[in-house]
Design a protein around this ligand. Sequence first.
Ligand SMILES: [Zn+2]
Length: 264
Amino acid sequence: MKIDRVLANNPGPYTGPGTNTWVVDDGSGAVGIIDPGPVETKHVNAIMDVVGKRKVDAVLVTHTHIDHAPLANPMARDLGVPAVGYAPGPHFQPDIRLLDGASFDVGTLRLEVVHTPGHADDHLCFRAGNALFTGDHIMGGSSVMVEKMGPYLKSLERLRGRGLERLHPGHGEEMDSPDNVIDWYLEHRRQRHEEIYRAISAGNDRVSDVVEVVYADVDRSLHPLAATSVEAHVTLLKDEGRIALEGDRLIALPAPHEEAPSDI
Ligand SMILES: [Zn+2]
């Protein structure tokens, strides 16, 4: 197996240095292109320069967000190969759908499919040997925006202790020691979860107020992203019975041990 990265020219607060497009080779010249990224001529040329004379088998997407998927269909069409992903989305129409536990062969290389909802419902990770292409489930150098916290945490836990040795993320640098990275992600979310509960307990009863308090040290350009993650924590706190919603007001409920003792 040989893995090359092509960085798209779309840096920004939501994309870090830009989208990583991964070109994965089975070792004998059959390649898959993972997350081709935005429709941009220079990026297409950069990908095809890296591919060179090798044979492309498929264009795959980890999820259908605008920084990952829009080039997949046009590129697959031009190459005469299938576009592959979990489900149709606003920027993507799969020719082949892959569900959890499926596999997809690029030449002699088997990509195992792990459905990892959380950042997005339609998110997949692709495992090749001990390497994992993580899309936006895990990024290099930062935490990620989470749409659904319960599924996200489960999706992280599912990847622990599976013998992974290297992560190839949708943004940022490649990472070794995947279990340590996953532990950091889980701990970071656990801390945020408690910070958010404490902010609500202190009387911050709107998501926007909670963002101001909990993300005070984070650049304001990222606050809209943070709000999405706070909403996801709020839903989980509600499911856990730790807060209630009155309209869009957030009300902290006392922890069971704080309840007044009964008089028996
Ligand atoms: Zn992304």
